[in-house]
Write a protein that binds this ligand. Structure first.
Ligand code: HAM
Length: 425
């Protein structure tokens, strides 16, 4: 809140932003491209609540900072514990289970677009309210499907025209692989206990994998030297991952295996991936999207024992990557016309014409403030309309309209029929 004289001027909460029309239009263009891609890949949109019962996110197995420390939790007037969603996956799986979408058997492909909330330290590309586009392919465990989700991410990046982007993939393995890995990590970190932050000291026993991406500790040399999940893959898990990679190769996807990649949420098993841009000064915010395979999320949320795989992109980060590569997704479409009248008495006639032209689907406007001719002309010029339609008494008497082409600056008197033709009907 800011004081301006004696008046209080409200300000947006920290970590949020207003999307003004000239920016919104860019997001709409991005969303349109995404929706087209979803049709091609057979995904259907799901819209789940922005808040859920806290238990949807705060599960025993989810010990990531994002869920334990960064969620917006509140009680409603009925004393229910609720949480603003920090991510899309858990809510989508809750809806999948609650609506028994698994009854269709086989694969369910869903996508979503919407706001998420995390109480993080705001900075460039990191907000407290941010938008995600995400997909979830649920009901099937398949290395081919994991590969397809990565391929879709690659396709999105390519179709947007982004070039400075890398796809990193890794495998966390099955439960057996992860348990062996966790044990090794716990033993490895024990002697470094004093060098770790308070949270990580606790994590040594509980969840040592989380230490690897701790915001405070992750760059310390002994953490950099820790073993990777890749080193502990069981034979089956290694085979599954090799299949994913060979499918990616056969689909012509450009990727790199990053043996250190672990991801910031705890529900993953097997394949994990991230899409990373290379924007100067962006640091960790260069991660445009991340996702992976999950084995137990559906059953943890009360559903059958089914797997899923998905990815989510930060819309703001995609937009920043587009900006940094000077890519514009939308063509500015100027209005078709602006109506100018010589005096107030003609306004009624002009409104009739305005309605008719809009009914035909032409885009255009008129002055509503009884401005002078000069004032209206200024509005017309600012609107960037292609044609200025001028109506005076003479035009009314003759049943004609003066049309000025704002680009060629030529003008002529035409009938309504000819006017419609000019506008493109
Ligand atoms: P995540 O890595 O936490 O994964 O988030 C995905 C993407 O959301 C990030 O790569 C980033 O672009 C964006 N993002 C996250 N936090 C912020 C923030 N504070 N400000 C701006 N952008 C942000 C998930 O959310 C998983 N649910 C992805 C997934 C889908 N896994 C399986 N299916």
């Amino acid at each position: 809140m800011k004081l301006k004289g004696s008046i209080i001027m409200e300000q947006k909460p920290k970590g949020t932003y207003d999307l003004l029309p000239n920016e919104t239009i860019k997001y709409q263009a991005l969303e349109e491209q995404i929706r087209e891609l979803m049709k091609i890949y057979g995904y259907f949109e799901i819209r789940t609540p922005i808040f859920e019962h806290s238990s949807v996110f705060h599960r025993k197995t989810e010990l990531s900072d994002m869920v334990t420390k960064e969620t917006y939790n509140f009680k409603d007037k009925g004393d229910r514990d609720l949480t603003l969603r920090p991510e899309g996956t858990a809510g989508v799986i809750r809806a999948y289970v609650e609506n028994k979408l698994y009854a269709n058997q086989g694969l369910t492909k869903l996508y979503y677009l919407g706001p998420n909330f995390r109480y993080e330290r705001p900075q460039k590309g990191r907000f407290r309210q941010f938008y995600q586009f995400g997909i979830e392919a649920i009901g099937v465990k398949s290395s081919s499907l994991d590969a397809e989700v990565i391929a879709l991410s690659y396709k999105l990046i390519r179709s947007l025209g982004l070039k400075q982007v890398k796809i990193k993939v890794n495998s966390l393995g099955d439960i057996a692989s992860r348990n062996t890995y966790k044990e090794k990590l716990s033993t490895y970190f024990e002697p470094y206990k004093e060098d770790l932050c308070e949270d990580c000291q606790r994590r040594i026993k509980e969840n040592p994998i989380r230490i690897l991406d701790c915001k405070i500790d992750r760059d310390k040399p002994f953490i950099q030297k820790a073993a990777t999940p890749y080193d502990f893959l069981s034979v089956e898990a290694k085979q599954y991952f090799d299949e994913v990679l060979s499918y990616l190769d056969s689909m012509g996807i450009d990727y790199a295996v990053d043996k250190k990649l672990v991801r910031g949420l705890d529900y993953y098993g097997h394949t994990v991936f991230e899409v990373e841009a290379n924007i100067k000064g962006f640091g960790a915010q260069n991660v445009l999207g991340g996702g992976g395979h999950y084995e137990h999320l559906v059953s943890e949320l009360g559903g059958p024992d089914l797997d899923g795989v998905g990815i989510a992109f930060g819309m703001e980060r995609l937009m920043m990557a587009l900006d940094s590569e000077n890519i514009e997704l939308y063509d500015e479409v100027n209005p078709d016309f602006f109506i100018i009248t010589f005096d107030k008495t003609i306004h009624q006639k002009a409104l009739g014409l305005l309605t008719k032209l809009r009914d035909y689907g032409f885009k255009g406007d008129i002055d509503h403030e009884a401005k002078s001719f000069k004032g209206q002309l200024k509005l017309a010029v600012n609107s960037k309309a292609k044609y200025f339609i001028i109506i005076g008494e003479e035009e009314v008497e003759q049943g004609l309209f003066t049309v000025k082409d704002s680009i060629t600056q030529t003008q002529e008197k035409v009938t309504l029929e000819a006017l419609l033709k000019k506008l493109g009907k």
